[in-house]
Design a protein around this ligand. Structure first.
Ligand SMILES: NC(=O)c1ccc[n+]([C@@H]2O[C@H](COP(=O)([O-])OP(=O)(O)OC[C@H]3O[C@@H](n4cnc5c(N)ncnc54)[C@H](O)[C@@H]3O)[C@@H](O)[C@H]2O)c1
Length: 335
C-alpha cells in the first residue's frame, strides 16, 4: 500500500480525502497541528474506516518532524492541504497567512526534494481567477490580481511550484483549483468544522437552521444573475476528495518535472438563494434569512468549466446540490 502524507488531514477536505484514499488502496499518514481542527476527527475516521489512521500532531513547516515521519514511513506522495483559509482574517493578519501558507509549502518542497518524493497534489482555489470576464472559467482563464492576502498565497504557491518544476527538481505536481466545497461524509461523522463565525455560506445556513445563529444575511439581491444573488459552483466534498485520488494516480503515470492544474467544480453555478431554497426543501426546515447590502469585494458569479478534469483525469462529480444540502444538515445535527 502506497503511503501518502496528508498535511492538514484532520481538516475538512483532508479528512474526507483520507477516507477516499483508504478506500482506493492507499495508506494516509496525517500531519496536522490542529490549529483549525480537533483530534476527535481521528476517532470519527476510525469509526468510518474500521481502523486507526497514523497521525502526527505538529506543524508541517517543522522539517525535523517531516524527516522523522519519512524515517518511520516510506512516503510515496504528498497532498498538501494545510493552510489558513479565512479570507477576512487574512486582510487583518496578512503575515500570518504568508508565513503559514507559503512557509509550509516551501518546507514541504524542500523535504520532498531531499527525500526524492516525487508526487504532490496541492490545494489551490478558484479565488485565483478573481471576477473573470468570460464564464465558465477554464484553466486558461487568466489569473487576476488577488482580492486578499489569502488569495495571493494561492497564486504565489502555484508560481513557486511552477518554478521548481522548471528547475528540473524531479517532482510532479498537480494544483487542484477548488470551487466551493460543501456537504459532508454521508455517514454524518465528519464534515466542516468552522471555529467561530463561519466565513462560508453553507455552515452559516446549517447553523442558522440549527438556531445557533439568529439570522443569515444574503449580501445583495440586485446583481445581474437569475434571482439577483451571487453565483458559485458548489462541489460536494466527497467528489472533491475523489479528485485527489485521481490526481495521484495520474501523477504516477507522468514523467519527472511535471506540473498541471485542474478546476474542480460541478460545471454548474447556483445562486445563494437557490442554495437556501434547496436546503429548506430537501431537509424540510426553514432558514431565517434577510437580504442585506452588497458586500464590497464579492465576486458576483463564477463557475467552472470542468472539461479538462472530466477528460484527462476521468473525474466526474456524482453528488447533486440536494445531496450536499442533505449531508451538510445531517452533519450539523450530529454536531
Ligand atoms: N474549504 C474551502 O472553501 C476551500 C476552497 C478552496 C481551497 N481551499 C484550500 O483547501 C485546503 C484545505 O481546506 P479545508 O477547508 O479543509 O480547511 P481546514 O481548515 O478544515 O483544514 C486545514 C487543516 O490544516 C491544518 N493546518 C493549518 N496549518 C497547518 C500547519 N502549518 N501544519 C499542520 N497543519 C496545519 C488545520 O489544523 C486544519 O486541520 C486549504 O489549503 C484551503 O486553502 C479550501
Amino acid at each position: 500500500m502506497k503511503k501518502i502524507l496528508i498535511t492538514g488531514g484532520a481538516g475538512y477536505i483532508g479528512s474526507h480525502t483520507a477516507v477516499q484514499l483508504v478506500q482506493s488502496g492507499f495508506e494516509p499518514i496525517i500531519i496536522d497541528d490542529l490549529s483549525n481542527s480537533e483530534e476527535k476527527v481521528l476517532d470519527r475516521l476510525e469509526e468510518i474506516l474500521g481502523k486507526r489512521l497514523t497521525f502526527y500532531k505538529g506543524d508541517c513547516s517543522d522539517r525535523a518532524l517531516l524527516d522523522q515521519i519519512a524515517s518511520e514511513h516510506e512516503i510515496a506522495g504528498v497532498i498538501h492541504f494545510a493552510a489558513f483559509k479565512a479570507v477576512g482574517e487574512s486582510t487583518i493578519q496578512p503575515l500570518k497567512y504568508y508565513q503559514n501558507n507559503i512557509g509550509s509549502l516551501l518546507t514541504i518542497l524542500e523535504f520532498m526534494k531531499a527525500r526524492q518524493i516525487k508526487d504532490l497534489v496541492f490545494s489551490s482555489s478558484c479565488t485565483v481567477y478573481g471576477q473573470p470576464d468570460v464564464l465558465p472559467v477554464t484553466e486558461q482563464t487568466p489569473r487576476q490580481e488577488a482580492e486578499s492576502p489569502y488569495g495571493n498565497t494561492k497564486k504565489i504557491c502555484e508560481d513557486i511550484m511552477v518554478d521548481l518544476v522548471k528547475s528540473k527538481a524531479g517532482i510532479r505536481v498537480i494544483s487542484l483549483r477548488y470551487f466551493n466545497p460543501v456537504g459532508a461524509h454521508p455517514s454524518g461523522k465528519i464534515g466542516e468544522l468552522p471555529i467561530g463565525t463561519p466565513a462560508n455560506l453553507v455552515p452559516f445556513v446549517t447553523q442558522t437552521a440549527a438556531g445557533i445563529r439568529e439570522k443569515l444575511t444574503v449580501f445583495g439581491d440586485d446583481y445581474d444573475t437569475v434571482d439577483g444573488s451571487c453565483v458559485r459552483d458548489y462541489i460536494h466534498v466527497m467528489d472533491l476528495a475523489d479528485a485527489h485520488v485521481k490526481a495521484l494516480a495520474y501523477l504516477g503515470e507522468q514523467k519527472d518535472d511535471f506540473y498541471d492544474v485542474f478546476n474542480v467544480g460541478t460545471g454548474n453555478g447556483n445562486t445563494v438563494l437557490e442554495v437556501i431554497n434547496t436546503f429548506e426543501k430537501v431537509n424540510g426546515v426553514k432558514v431565517n434569512f434577510q437580504i442585506g447590502e452588497r458586500r464590497p469585494g464579492d465576486i458576483v458569479k463564477i463557475w467552472a468549466n470542468t472539461s479538462k478534469i472530466n477528460s484527462v483525469l476521468d473525474w466526474h462529480p456524482s453528488y447533486s446540490l440536494e445531496d450536499s444540502m442533505r449531508d451538510s444538515w445531517n452533519w450539523q445535527k450530529n454536531l
